[in-house]
Write a protein that binds this ligand. Structure first.
Ligand code: ZN
Length: 384
């Protein structure tokens, strides 16, 4: 179970009641897995940060459980598909960093919280002659680092003292959101940057990807103001915080030294965050309060994030007989031990269908499928 958070992990202000509480027996992780206990989210009115409870035993979780795409070295998530052409997330990340950072041979680059160091591998190919260093909390990625740098350039859990003031660039790709004490991490990063060196980070953006708001292993949901507070507090000057270049993410560039601007205020932020909390609060309650029919079984349309969210919110997930999914790649698989079948194969005795799709498209998708228009089938959407 989670322990209560009382202060903001960026500005240390005391926090009042959470703005979101799933009140569920289980939560969903960023890898769409179930985690015991509910999810609470707080908003800090002082620095604009949005945060959740740290997972119990965070270090152990990332050292043993967090196996993001570990099976294949080049496995990656899809960023977008346009005209049949797939762009992977790492390709987009590479294009964006190359727009924002001037790389040169001889540069000393530390990949901080780097896991398989996939981005460093790509940068090494793009700009030969750079010197890479790697840091993470787990030793399970060493085989990947060894291909890019000698073992004295590797550090696990702690970095050697002689790494201080050494680096031209420190990168962090989708790792800060997992770190319970980001202030300590940014101080650590700053101590290893040369004067004038750059810190480059990419983190999820709850406004670009609203699903990030409720994933239980993202203890930090950074906003522009909380990021600025964090970086400037460590003595870094913010060069750029960009929400447009990488959909669903904030891309951050900061410099060690230089003028630290006065902190940005965003008067509309609290309202925006409250709207997100309201959205997810309503969705959680709709699922929890839905009475499944007399025969006690139901189906969930969609086996991706929204579908697994519904499963995690149900008081009795054993009532879920199947997930429906149009994707032939999903059909035949199982999610939490529940089979994924095509919508046409929905058994007739199922009278309740939860729609686990992005609400922006959910009604249109369901309306387009004659097999789901049975008069005896009750359809429950996440929004009212
Ligand atoms: Zn704060």
């Amino acid at each position: 179970m989670n322990k209560a958070v009382k202060v903001c992990n960026i500005c240390k202000s005391e926090l009042s009641a959470p703005i979101y509480d799933s009140r569920s027996l289980q939560s969903l992780t960023s890898l769409c897995r179930l985690y015991p206990g509910s999810t609470q989210v707080w908003f800090c009115t002082c620095c604009g940060h949005v945060l959740s409870n740290p997972l119990e035993g965070t270090d152990e979780y990332y050292a043993t459980e967090y196996d993001i795409l570990l099976d294949h070295e080049d496995e990656d998530q899809i960023y977008e598909v346009k005209g049949g052409e797939i762009t992977y997330r790492i390709d987009r990340q590479l294009a964006v960093i190359c727009q924002k950072v001037q790389f040169r041979p001889g540069m000393k680059v530390l990949d901080y919280g780097c896991a398989k160091a996939g981005m460093s591998k790509r940068l090494d190919r793009q700009v030969p002659g750079m010197e890479f260093y790697f840091f993470d909390v787990s030793d399970r990625y060493l085989e990947y680092w060894q291909k890019l740098a000698p073992s004295h350039n590797h550090a696990i859990l702690a970095t050697p003292a002689h790494w201080e003031n050494q680096f031209d660039l420190i990168t962090s790709y989708f790792s800060l959101e997992h770190i319970p004490d980001p202030v300590a991490s940014i101080a650590h990063i700053t101590s290893m940057l040369k004067k004038g060196g750059l810190f480059y980070a990419i983190v999820p953006d709850i406004f670009g990807n609203i699903a990030d708001f409720i994933v239980v292993d993202h203890v930090n949901h950074f906003t522009r103001t909380s990021l600025a507070h964090l970086l400037q507090g460590a003595g870094l000057s913010v060069v750029d915080i960009d929400s447009a270049s990488h959909r669903g993410a904030l891309v951050v560039v900061a410099r060690n030294g230089g003028e630290v601007a006065s902190l940005e205020r965003d008067d509309g932020l609290q309202q925006q965050v409250q709207e997100l909390a309201h959205y997810w609060g309503t969705a959680s309650r709709r699922v929890q309060q839905a009475r499944v029919g007399r025969n006690g079984s139901c189906a969930i349309y969609g086996s991706g994030f929204y579908g697994t969210f519904i499963y995690s919110m149900l008081a009795d997930p054993h009532e879920v007989t199947c997930f429906l999914d149009q994707s032939p790649y999903q059909q035949g698989k199982s999610v939490f031990g529940v089979p994924v079948i095509s919508p046409e194969a929905l058994p007739e005795d199922i009278k309740t269908l939860f729609v686990g799709l992005n609400p922006a498209i959910a009604r249109e998708v369901i309306a387009g499928q004659p097999c789901l228009q049975r008069p005896d089938l009750r359809t429950i959407y996440l929004d009212s």
